[in-house]
Design a protein. Structure first.
Length: 94
């Protein structure tokens, strides 16, 4: 069972993935690790995603997630599933 955090937004409960994965790694740490393992620099990865290098650096430094429409693009570029990039499932060792 996956733990989720509940956030109240104007009286509506919304489910979000936990800020850290099962091993305590934040989204940004996981994205940076997977990006490095895939051989991308921040600039190259940004070009692949169609965003600025500054935004890649921001997502890696903060515990914030990129917009939902970018998650499948990030996952595909890194060769993992969206659940894996979010830390809901472990990323197999390569």
């Amino acid at each position: 069972m996956v733990k989720t955090a509940t956030v109240l937004d104007q009286g509506t409960a919304m489910k979000h993935p936990p800020k850290t994965s099962h091993n305590g790694e934040t989204f940004g740490q996981r994205m940076a690790r997977l990006r490095n393992a895939a051989g991308y620099s921040q600039r190259e990865f940004a070009e692949e995603l169609g965003i600025s290098q500054r935004m890649v650096a921001y997502y890696e430094a903060q515990s914030q997630y990129p917009p939902a429409h970018l998650l499948p693009i990030v996952a595909k570029a890194l060769g993992v599933s969206a659940d894996q990039i979010l830390g809901l499932e472990p990323v197999p060792k390569r």
